[in-house]
Design a protein around this ligand. Sequence first.
Ligand code: NAD
Ligand code: DAU
Length: 329
Amino acid sequence: MLVTGGAGFIGTNFVHFTLAERPDVEVSVLDKLTYAGNLMSLADVADRINLVVGDVADAAVVNPLVAAADVVVHFAAESHNDNSLNDPSPFVHSNLVGTFTLLEAVRRYGVRYHHISTDEVYGDLALDDPAKFTPNTAYNPSSPYSSTKAGSDLLVRAWVRSFGIAATISNCSNNYGAYQHIEKFIPRQITNLIDGVKPKLYGAGTNIRDWIHVQDHNRGIWAIIDKGRIGETYLIGADCELNNREVVEVILELMGHHPSDYEHVSDRPGHDRRYAIDASKLRAETGWEPMFRDFKSGLANTIEWYRANEQWWRPQKAAVEANYAAKGQ
Ligand code: NAD
Ligand code: DAU
C-alpha cells in the first residue's frame, strides 16, 4: 500500500492504524515533509515502513512507487483554509497537479486508488437548515483550499469514467485527535491554554463543524477499501455538530478554566457557516459505525496527548501564533 501524506495528521494516524490492525500490509509512505509533515510522528514505526521524501506532483518519484503498489491511499494535500487565503499557489500545485500525477500513474499501472477528500467541497449550509450533505449534494466550494479539493475529486471521477480506473472517493468532516498540526482550531486552543493564552474564536463563534475522531475516519477509509463499490463516493461523519464556541467551552472546562474565558478575534474571510454529513450510504453499504461517540471524552484524550507530547508541537508554536497575530487572529 502506498500512503501519500503519511507524515501529516490523518495520514500518520492511518499508518499507525494499518500497521496495528493489518500486519499483513506492507506500507510505503510518500511525503514531501512540508511544514505540516513531521517525521517524529512516524519515528516509532520507522523500521516498519518504506519512507520516501518527495512530491506527489513529481512523476519521476510517483511512477515507480505506484507501479510497486496494489493500492494507493492519497492523503497528501495542503490542508489549511487560512493558509490558502494567504497564498493559494501550493494548493493548486499539491492538490490539483499532485492528484493528476497520481491518477496518471494509477491509470498506467492499473492500481486501485482511494482518494481522501473533504465535506468542504459542498460549500456550506445555513445555521438553521435541517439539511445535511449527501453524495448527491452539488459541489459549491468557497475557499482556494476547498476548490482545489473539489477539482481533485472531479479529476478522479473523470478518470473513472473516461479511463476506467478502479477508484473510490471519501469526503469526511472535521477530524480531531493526536498529531494534528497546531495551526488547526482544536490543537491551537489546547496549546494556547497550556501557554496561559486565551482561546481565540473567529467572529461570533457560531460557525458549526461536524466533528469526528480521526480513528473513526480511518476505520471508514478501510471499510471503503474493503467493501466500497468502484467509482462511488462515500461521506464519512459521526453526527457531532457543534458550534465553535461550544467546542472552546468544553476545552476550557476540561482544562480547568471558566467556560467563558476565551476571546473573539477577526473572522476568516468567506468563513463557511456550517458543515453537516449524512453518512448513511457508508453505514448501509459497509456496516461502518463510529466508535468515538462521546466528543468530551475523545477531546479529553486529545488534550492529554498534547500535554504529554509538547516536544512534538513546541518547535512550531511561536511561528504559528506570530502568523495569526499578523492577521489579528
Ligand atoms: P496535514 O496538513 O496534517 O498533512 C498533509 C501531509 O501531506 C503533510 O505530511 C505534508 O507534508 C504532505 N504533503 C503536502 N503536499 C505534498 C506534496 N506535494 N507531496 C507530498 N506530500 C505532501 O493534513 P491532514 O489534516 O492530515 O489532511 C489529510 C487529507 O485529508 C487531506 O487531503 C485533507 O484535504 C483531507 N481531509 C482532512 C480533514 C481534517 O479535518 N483534517 C477532513 C477531511 C478531509
Ligand atoms: O471539514 C473538513 C475540513 O476541516 C478539512 O477539509 C480541512 O483540512 C480542515 O482543516 C478543517 O477545515 P476548517 O477550516 O473547518 O478547520 P479549522 O481547524 O481551520 O477551523 C475550524 C473552525 O474553527 C472554523 O470555523 C474556523 C474556526 N477557528 C479556527 C481557528 C484556527 C477559530 O474560531 N479560531 C481559530 O483559532
